[in-house]
Design a protein around this ligand. Structure first.
Ligand code: SAH
Length: 245
């Protein structure tokens, strides 16, 4: 189980930091490290096996990507509001998607592989991607969120991550092809531009609206002209919208 009924309380996080190691800066406390380790144990328990994905999720401080009032819930397996009517995805959803996204790249080659994220939101998943891939582009259509992500990500200093403001349905042609594309919002179909920006072989994960709900779609580009689709479990993401705001 990933859901934690007794999330770490930011007050006790601060208190523990104060008594154990007073000089540790904000957000890097021992208590948040152990909460994150427990989150990763939970991910292992639900079947996440990829060692790179588990290590990346143990590394990225999720509590620094949510509003301060929600930091105590950052390591629970829940989606949380990030403003502008959007949400940060549940850790188990991020882990499942990224495990499938990296699967076509052998472990030794990931540091030279390229990934695209559509829907930066608060920037959390972009940071996890940057820990997994050699080069990452992440696009957001809401300017306020694009700026929030920039602020959240600055302290992590990730030189291999580029944030772009724009309509992610068009992808990032100047950086294509991508070994992995992860779409964090649900559209009626997978945009053609994203399909043509996939590497061969390459993988794309995207929630797609289907029969009143949404299903996670896995697309594998098997050759220049052929793509293989697998429809996976039902999911719930915010909508993929056109244009920018
Ligand atoms: N990956 C994010 C999840 C954010 S929710 C995280 O880790 O927090 C999905 C995001 O997709 C929202 O911020 C929404 O504004 C954005 N989005 C929706 N349609 C989009 C589009 N066409 N291009 C880029 N971003 C889009």
């Amino acid at each position: 189980m990933v859901t934690r009924r007794t999330p770490p309380d930011p007050v006790s996080v601060g208190a523990a930091r104060h008594t154990v190691r007073p000089s540790v800066p904000e957000g890097l406390g021992l208590a948040s490290d152990s909460a994150r380790r427990r989150m990763v144990e939970g991910l292992r328990a639900i079947g996440i096996r990829d060692a790179d994905v588990l290590a990346a999720m143990e590394q990225v401080p999720r509590h620094q990507f949510v509003e301060p009032g929600l930091a105590s819930r950052a390591y629970e397996d829940v989606a949380l509001p990030i403003g502008h009517g959007q949400t940060i995805s549940r850790p188990s959803t991020v882990a499942r998607m990224l495990e499938m996204a990296v699967a076509s790249v052998p472990r030794g080659q990931r540091r030279t592989a390229k990934a695209l994220e559509v829907g930066t939101g608060c920037g959390y998943q972009a940071a996890v991607l940057a820990a997994l891939f050699g080069e990452v582009v992440s696009i957001e259509r809401v300017r306020g969120l694009h700026e929030t992500a920039r602020t959240n990500l600055r302290p992590l200093r990730l030189p291999n991550l580029r944030l772009a403001f724009g309509d992610g349905r068009l992808g990032a042609p100047s950086s294509a092809p991508f070994d992995a594309i992860v779409v964090a919002a649900a559209g009626d179909a997978i945009p053609d531009d994203l399909l043509t920006q996939m590497q061969v072989p390459g993988r794309l994960l995207a929630p797609v609206v289907r029969q009143g709900g949404q299903a996670l779609h896995l697309v594998e580009r098997v050759s220049r002209d052929s793509w293989q689709l697998t429809v996976l479990d039902s999911v719930r993401f915010v909508p993929l919208r056109a244009g920018t705001v």
